[in-house]
Design a protein around this ligand. Sequence first.
Ligand code: PLP
Length: 428
Amino acid sequence: MALYQEMTKEQLSKLLVNLEAEYTSYKAKNLKLDMSRGKPGADQMDLSADLLCAVPTSAEARAADGTDCRNYGVLDGIPEAKALMAPLMDVGLDEVLVGGTSSLNLMFDCVARAMTHGVVGSLRPWCKEEGLKFLCPSPGYDRHFAVTQHFGFELISIPMTPQGPDMDLVEKLVASDEKIKGIWCVPKYSNPQGITYSDDTVRRLANLSPAAPDFRIFWDNAYSVHDLYPENPDILLPLLPELKKNGKENMAFLFCSTAKITFAGEGLAALGASKENLAQIKASMAFQLIGHDKLNQLRHVRFLKDMDGIRAQMARHAEIIRPKFELVLSTLKKELGGTGLGSWIEPKGGYFIALDVMEGCAKHVVALCKEAGVVMTGAGASSPYGVDPMDTTIRIAPTFPTLEELGQAANLLCLCVKIACVQKLLAA
Ligand code: PLP
């Protein structure tokens, strides 16, 4: 396909007439499609139908150690639930706490706790300091950024590279500014680009020398087993062992959940941390609640069993969502490949594809899609403060629509990219 940037104004104007005619016919279809949030489809959740009755009677509501899961107690999770969740974060059984149904909730609480009570190594509450800052690899997960914005942090954007966050910049900033209290990381199949951090990136993160004694890496391994090609997965170097090698094991909080393994919003979340960190967290959490939902823990253990069970479940998910990713990627390639209008990374897992369009066009593309009945994640959502300074990144969430809907939505998206970019080129 020809590079649009090399076309004459006459060629572009002629093209635009055809593109707009095509757009009008799309509008007449009255589409109502949603590619905005990374939700699993109903068919994916059907894979976990048996979870609903995995603890069918009171007699079966006991944990292996005899704990009656219907009753109060066990703040950090029943042992078999810890055994289920720990490998998802590559931590030991004494380095895991099983929480409620949301890992985001655990992350929020870790920030809140640090704000009011500090962290191991510096019990001075973060909130006692002015001008707090947090590093936000961007594009990234909007809800991460929102948590730290909510607590009043200045969000510092860190460019993502194909190996993870720009580590030269991260190292320089954290070493020189004690107001920087942490960094958000989605280390495997990052949201939204699907990037897995390289070994070198993990090692450099594990060896940071922050000016702030209370600096923490928030390691959200939300997509640790979410491989689209289970026979050829990305491999992430485990963080905690690397931290231990450097004697810096208190520098990270790790998170995961089964949101996209079993039920989204109704799964099982877990936190991984050094023993010292966990002790501080549990001491504070004991004021918050008596114990999380142990019946849900038991249901998950009975249903998923172990890592083999999880991998088998994820292979079934991959069967459903791989064709969706492949459809979007092949449409992008067919419609936008070689045009110079967009670029993207082909993720091997996770829940998203990030499309970078010509600078200054993303918002317009998303607005055009919306007008024709396809809701995309708001342009800018993947950037701190919801503002993409280049107005270039569009997050595509292919899992929720059906294949047929997705085909229409992906074609429309490409059409809108062409229209917005051609208009921009004509205006230049
Ligand atoms: N972390 C990342 C990177 C996500 O993309 C999402 C959901 O999209 C979550 C966390 C939410 O996880 P949970 O449902 O466990 O709160």
